[in-house]
Design a protein around this ligand. Structure first.
Ligand SMILES: [Zn+2]
Length: 445
């Protein structure tokens, strides 16, 4: 039995209009109500004046592209790469407009995906993960001033009063205040565990991994829906990590779309269970620049070029200094989806191709140097195919010979400087202000 009462609430925020359909929840034991493909007449979507007419008459809108940006914290002096200075955030928000992007609300994104709404050809979706107070205090005023809609991905254990709450947590009251002002709120699971490793704090409470994954997906959805009286149709995988089982759990829990942290141009045809986002990090302006170039820019549209994200746990880490002239190079490619092992190529600047191995089960890539490093600054380029799309990842590490040995690069003095983004701290940042376990280290094989 499904008793669903719906009503419309129209919130006008400048030119932005979002329609929130709330469900009266009597939670079923069995799988969640499937997504309806066509809305009943009573639920007709009100189209803002400045938007294109609904696409339903002309079929789905396959022309539009969306770039999805992912932020975490906003602070003057970022304590790791997940914090962004407010001035830099403001610069990026202005740059969106300068590059001709229209910032759209999640509601429009979902309608577009259902084939019920057209979008501006260059659209952008702004998302902020975890639920730090700095989004309320710092980012919100900046977004409000520009009349940009945005989405929060909240992991429910981090909300004030919940088991993993910390000093930077937001309260249910603050979330309700943001909801009332038209801010969209979606799920980032319950415990923010790396669900691939099944070592989350909750995992021991469940008989099977599947049961645990279901709880991570469903309990967070229900809690947000019940506490805030909202529909929750989107989830962001913690650390962007996903595999077949995690994606299935997300879809089975009734989410319409699930987001990764694999920056890409999102089209109407992008698989719903792996919508890529550009995870913006301080000290890596290249990531935002890549996102801006992804739509309508030059360059081959077929290849997604991006910096390796923190979640890939690269070895050597971004910016790390090594003394071994032939270090083992590793990365966790889980966030890229199903990588075609045969397509994988690893190159290092000044050296060329490495000998690469890839484990399709663990998604770990390992590459060995066939000759020693020559340069001080080394750019790793990992390219290959994931599904129909090509990707190219890069990161940089430093080689410094131990005292007494010849310094790399001395023989090649005058070699042109490589243009690479400034190195960020070598450490793998942990999300959640230390209250959340970081991604486990890449196990050695
Ligand atoms: Zn997160």
């Amino acid at each position: 039995m499904r008793k669903v009462f719906r009503f419309l609430r129209v919130l006008i925020l400048g030119s932005v209009m979002s329609v929130v359909a709330c469900k009266k929840v009597s939670l079923p034991e069995t799988p969640v109500v499937p997504v309806e493909t066509s809305a009943p007449a009573s639920e007709k979507v009100v189209v803002p004046e400045n938007a294109k007419p609904p696409a339903s008459a002309a079929g789905p809108d396959t022309k539009a592209s969306v770039v999805v940006l992912c932020y975490h914290r906003f602070e003057e002096k970022p304590k790791d790469s997940l914090g962004l200075p407010p001035a830099e955030f403001e610069r990026q928000m202005d740059a969106l407009k300068e590059h001709g992007f229209t910032v759209i609300p999640m509601r429009d994104f979902l309608l577009w995906r259902r084939g019920e709404k057209a979008l501006p050809e260059k659209s952008a979706l702004i998302t902020v993960d975890d639920g730090y107070r700095s989004v309320y205090e710092v980012a919100w005023p900046i977004l409000k001033a520009r009349e940009y809609p945005f989405t929060l991905f909240i992991y429910t254990n981090y909300v004030k009063g919940q088991p993993n709450a910390g000093g930077q947590s937001m309260s249910w009251g603050e979330l309700a205040e943001m909801r009332d002002a038209g801010v969209d709120i979606q799920s980032h699971t319950v415990s923010h565990s790396n669900m691939k490793f099944e070592k989350g704090k909750w995992a021991s409470k469940y008989k099977t991994g599947e049961e645990w994954l279901r709880a991570e997906m469903e309990v967070s959805k229900k809690m947000l829906e019940q506490k805030l009286g909202i529909p929750v149709g989107a989830v962001a995988y913690p650390y962007g990590v996903h595999n077949q089982r995690i994606r299935a759990a997300a879809m089975d829990a009734g989410y319409e779309v699930a987001f990764t942290t694999y920056g890409q141009r999102v089209s109407y045809h992008t698989p719903a269970d792996q919508i890529g986002r550009y995870a913006i990090e301080s000290g890596k302006p290249q990531i935002f620049e890549d996102a801006m170039r992804m739509i309508g820019g030059s360059g081959d549209a077929g290849t997604v070029r991006t910096n390796a994200s923190a979640t890939m746990v690269t070895v050597p880490a971004e910016g790390a200094v090594v003394s071994d002239p032939q270090p083992l190079v590793k990365a966790n490619l889980a966030s890229l989806g199903e990588v075609d092992a045969a397509s994988l190529v690893v190159r290092v600047s000044g050296v060329g191709k490495l000998d690469v191995k890839y484990d399709a089960v663990s998604k770990l890539m390992e590459a060995r140097f066939l000759e020693p490093i020559r340069e001080r600054e080394n750019v790793v380029l990992v390219s290959g195919k994931s599904g129909a799309k090509r990707f190219e990842l890069r990161w940089t590490f430093i080689y410094e010979a131990k005292a007494g040995e010849a310094k790399a690069g001395e023989a090649k003095a005058g070699a042109p400087e490589l243009r690479v983004p400034a190195a960020s701290p070598a450490a793998v940042p942990t999300e959640g202000a230390g209250s959340v376990p970081g991604l486990p280290a890449v196990p050695s094989r």
